[in-house]
Design a protein. Structure first.
Ligand code: AMP
Length: 187
């Protein structure tokens, strides 16, 4: 199965992606992790994006699209892709459609973890303390949420018509969310 996990920062996409990776013997594609890796390795891309990442700004579609391409085209990962944090804009969603079509794949499940702003802000404040992420300071947290709302709403509209689109209340406990996901993947 190829699965997209969709939802605001702090919705639990990372946690549920890891669950799905184990359960389905699949591969997580977290664009946030890939971008952080570029920064850590001090690549050209890393140097270009470091300030925007720290400010919680959206990274250009061009950069992000390029980063995921090799995973989608990797025959070992075919039909075992868990997208975490991608696509986040309409242009990315359309790019993904093309890459999947070119490699004879589909999206089997689009999971939207829907969580209210107040809960997200509380969770991210907590994560800031636990993970010490440089983009988790209070102003950046709010900016990341707002950026998400602005850029991602068209993606939500785009996918909500799809018969594989499922919405889950992301404010539930982790285990409860996992149980709901299980009902959609039937394995
Ligand atoms: P995340 O780890 O998914 O919360 O992403 C952390 C940051 O990486 C975001 O605030 C953005 O700056 C950037 N980012 C991650 N994924 C994307 C994407 N698909 N498109 C643009 N920027 C992204």
């Amino acid at each position: 199965m190829n699965i997209i996990l969709f939802g605001p920062p702090g919705a639990g996409k990372g946690t549920q992606s890891k669950y799905l990776v184990n359960k389905l013997n699949a591969f997580q594609i977290s664009t946030g992790d890939l971008l952080r890796e570029e920064i850590q390795k001090e690549t050209d891309v890393g140097k270009t994006i470091i300030n925007d990442m720290n400010d919680g700004k959206f990274i250009s579609d061009e950069i992000v699209n390029k980063l995921i391409e090799k995973f989608v085209y990797d025959p070992e990962k075919k039909n075992k892709l868990i997208f975490d944090g991608y696509p986040r804009s309409l242009s990315q969603a359309k790019n993904l459609e093309v890459l999947l079509k070119n490699s004879n794949q589909n999206i089997d499940l689009i999971l939207f973890l829907n969580v209210k702003k107040e809960i997200i802000l509380k969770r991210l404040e907590k994560r800031k303390i636990l993970e010490n992420r440089s983009d988790d300071d209070s102003d950046t947290i709010i900016r990341r949420y707002e950026t998400y709302m602005e850029t991602t709403q068209p993606v939500l509209d785009f996918y909500s018509e799809n018969s594989n689109f499922k919405q889950i209340d992301g404010s539930l406990e982790i285990d409860e969310i996992t149980r709901k996901i299980d009902t959609f993947i039937n394995v």
